[in-house]
Design a protein. Structure first.
Length: 144
C-alpha cells in the first residue's frame, strides 16, 4: 500500500511541477509582453506523425516601433479558432516580436490546472485499495 501511495505522490509531484512551470513561463512572458491588436492572415498546421496536428493562427500586426510583423501564434488548437481577416488581441515579446501568444485568461490557467488535475487523479488511483488478499489467493487456486 505504501509503495502505491509513494508512486501516486511521485506522479502528482511530477504533474504539479510541470503545471507550475508552465504557469510561471506564461507569467514571465506576460510580464514583459506588449499587447496589441492583430489580424489573422492564415493558419499553419504543425505536428508530426507521432503527435497531433495543431492549427496555429498566423497574425499580422505592427510592433511598438511601427514595424510590420507576421508570425504564427505559439498556441495551437485542433481546429481553427479564428477566421482569416478576424481581429484578435495578442501579446508579443518586444525583443523578439515573432514570439506571439493569444491574450487569453482561460489559457493562462487551463493548462496548469489540467496538469494538477492529472496528478491528483494519478495519486487517487494509487490510493485505491487493491483486491482483498483472500480473493487473490482463491482466484489463484481456481486457475491452477
Amino acid at each position: 500500500m505504501w509503495a502505491r501511495a509513494a508512486s501516486g505522490l511521485a506522479a502528482f509531484m511530477i504533474f504539479a511541477t510541470v503545471g507550475v512551470t508552465v504557469y510561471h513561463d506564461d507569467a514571465d512572458f506576460r510580464a514583459g509582453a506588449e499587447r496589441t491588436l492583430a489580424t489573422v492572415v492564415r493558419h499553419e498546421s504543425r505536428g508530426s506523425a507521432a503527435t497531433a496536428q495543431l492549427i496555429h493562427p498566423v497574425v499580422r500586426f505592427e510592433d511598438r516601433d511601427g514595424r510590420p510583423v507576421v508570425a504564427a501564434v505559439e498556441d495551437g488548437t485542433e481546429s481553427p479558432l479564428f477566421r482569416e481577416g478576424e481581429s484578435v488581441v495578442v501579446l508579443y515579446d518586444p525583443a523578439h516580436p515573432r514570439r506571439v501568444r493569444l491574450e487569453s485568461t482561460l489559457g493562462r490557467f487551463a493548462l496548469p490546472a489540467l496538469f494538477a488535475l492529472a496528478g491528483a487523479i494519478a495519486f487517487a488511483l494509487c490510493l485505491r485499495p487493491g483486491p482483498p488478499k483472500e480473493a487473490t489467493a482463491s482466484s489463484e487456486s481456481h486457475e491452477a
